[in-house]
Design a protein around this ligand. Structure first.
Ligand SMILES: [Zn+2]
Length: 225
């Protein structure tokens, strides 16, 4: 009996072992291959996704994304039918510069003025006397600042301390930085900058109308920023 049981007991493990081992070897061999392929592919997808998200896309996609820098205080006003009509912009070809025409008022005060149902004007951005920047209108919508050019311009209104309309140094520096950033974000040239005056001959921004050399200097500063 011991002689007959021992060959069987030896034979069973010998038969079972080869059957179990090959599938294990195949599984072990396949998993690393898949992982070796999948990890670089997934890494590539993530990297491409990040790059496209940060820099890519056409202008309208980027405008809709509305990703402004950290130094922009986003305070989008309510759609009120006039100041903010909620109409989509057709595309941006130029950045339009304005002054508030209201000496001594702050960016916040002008923002709050825009954000009233009866107000019929607005701008995408306000720059305050201390250089603070407030965004009032989403980048992919029309503001009510630049008349017949509301459909293809982003508008910046700048606060000023007195009736000459001259900007403070802090306001000016912010205006240069914001204008350069917008030109780059919209993939238009740094020279795509206009005055409200160039559209309607309104004396806006007053200081840049009264002092054409200051306007030329501003454009040079934006180009060189
Ligand atoms: Zn204006």
């Amino acid at each position: 009996m011991p002689a007959t049981t021992s060959p069987r007991s030896h034979a069973a493990p010998k038969r079972a072992a080869p059957r179990r081992k090959p599938p294990q070897r195949r599984r072990k061999g396949k998993k690393p291959d898949l992982i070796r392929i999948l990890i670089p592919v997934l890494a590539l997808v993530v990297v491409v996704g990040i790059v496209v998200n940060l820099t890519g896309g056409d202008q309208m996609t980027k405008l809709a994304r509305d990703r402004t820098p950290y130094w922009v205080d986003k305070q989008i006003i309510a759609i009120n039918g006039t100041g903010r009509r909620g109409e989509k912009i057709e595309g941006v070809t130029d950045i339009a510069i304005h002054y508030t025409g209201n000496p001594g008022t702050t960016a916040q005060q002008n923002h709050d003025f825009y954000d009233q149902p009866e107000t019929e004007v607005s701008s995408h951005f306000l720059i305050g006397l201390e250089g603070e920047v407030i965004q009032c209108i989403p980048l992919d919508e029309k503001s009510s600042a630049t008349n017949q050019r509301n459909n293809d311009t982003l508008s910046i209104e700048v606060c000023h301390p007195d009736a000459t309309g001259q900007f403070t140094q802090a306001s000016y520096d912010s205006l240069v930085r914001l204008t350069a950033w917008l030109c780059d974000y919209c993939d238009i040239g740094r020279d795509r900058v206009i005055r409200h005056y160039d559209v309607t001959e309104k004396l806006c921004p007053l200081y840049f109308v009264d002092h054409p050399e200051a306007w030329e200097q501003f454009k040079a500063d934006v180009a060189a920023y």
